[in-house]
Write a protein that binds this ligand. Structure first.
Ligand code: HPA
Length: 274
């Protein structure tokens, strides 16, 4: 499906009609098992993805598949509880569709979160990582095809996708919370199979600190339409081959649950400090 600007406008108009004048400023994408922040949004207006024109469902485990509008840490937010992934069979344009709609609704900032495998030897499961940059190798661009100049240029710069000032803000909040915030490069793998140990060795040699199956498409599109971006990875497991045990989906969800308190504290502190 090739979306035109009119499709995005139609979805945004549908949502605006539900919000009674509420104007979100920060869009948040909550990854595997991290959707609980959406449950503490104040005065929530919940819209299931299935109700919104042109939206797709999220079928991934730990992803609720709804948008929650309301206030979080004093800021007007639009929280995506669950995201769409390329491995679910969606086109990249479908995966990133909501980001453009939220941009049209007035969100100038994007918080992205994910669970990912730790590649950096210094990491351990349960660590939080500030995303400083990303690598996309095995994926065409979500911007492929006709450019929609209403959103951004044909050849957008990618030098500062993760906004430096927001990275600084996150470092400062982590220090205040006495939280050990790792930093690094997130590398996209298409999944849904976890990577092989050989792929992880390759990722490490290419400069990756964590690997996962999301985030990169959304960030490319958010950068294209001029959003400021802050990204956090929960290292839910060490990537394939780092430790002797096999990887499992349950381990990812359990790690997300175990990190709940510190992850929420950091994200809320960053929101508040915006
Ligand atoms: N690889 C890819 N995606 C992931 C992983 C991983 O090890 N853990 C959580 N999401």
């Amino acid at each position: 499906m090739n979306f035109t600007y009119a499709h995005y406008q139609e979805s945004a108009a549908f949502l605006r009609a539900k919000l009674g004048g509420f104007q979100p400023q920060v869009a948040m994408v909550l990854g595997s098992g991290l959707g609980y922040l959406g449950d503490v949004v104040e005065n929530p207006i919940v819209v299931p993805y299935g109700d919104i024109p042109h939206f797709k469902h999220s079928t991934a485990p730990g992803h609720k598949g709804q948008l929650v509008f309301g206030t979080l840490a004093g800021k007007p937010v639009a929280v995506m509880q669950g995201r769409m992934h390329h491995y679910e069979g969606y086109s990249l344009q479908e995966v990133v569709y909501a980001i453009r709609v939220l941009r049209l609704m007035g969100c100038a900032t994007l918080f992205v979160t994910n669970a990912a495998g730790g590649v950096n030897w210094k990491f351990k499961a349960g660590d939080l990582m500030l995303i400083t940059d990303q690598i996309k190798l095995f994926l065409e661009s979500p911007l492929r095809g006709e450019n929609l100049p209403e959103f951004g240029p044909r050849f957008p710069d990618s030098s500062y996708l993760y906004t430096p000032a927001l990275q600084d803000l996150a470092r400062k909040q982590a220090r205040k919370l006495d939280l050990d915030l790792k930093e690094g490069v997130y590398m996209y793998f298409p999944g849904p199979q976890y990577e092989t140990p050989a792929e992880i060795r390759m990722a490490r040699s290419l400069g990756a600190d964590a690997v996962g199956m999301s985030t990169v498409p959304e960030v490319i599109v958010a950068g294209h339409c001029g959003m400021e971006i802050l990204g956090f990875t929960l290292v839910s497991n060490m990537a394939a081959g780092v430790l002797p045990q096999p990887l499992s989906e349950q381990e990812v969800l359990d790690a997300a649950e175990a990190a709940r308190e510190k992850f929420s504290a950091l994200v809320l502190a960053c929101l508040e400090a915006l």
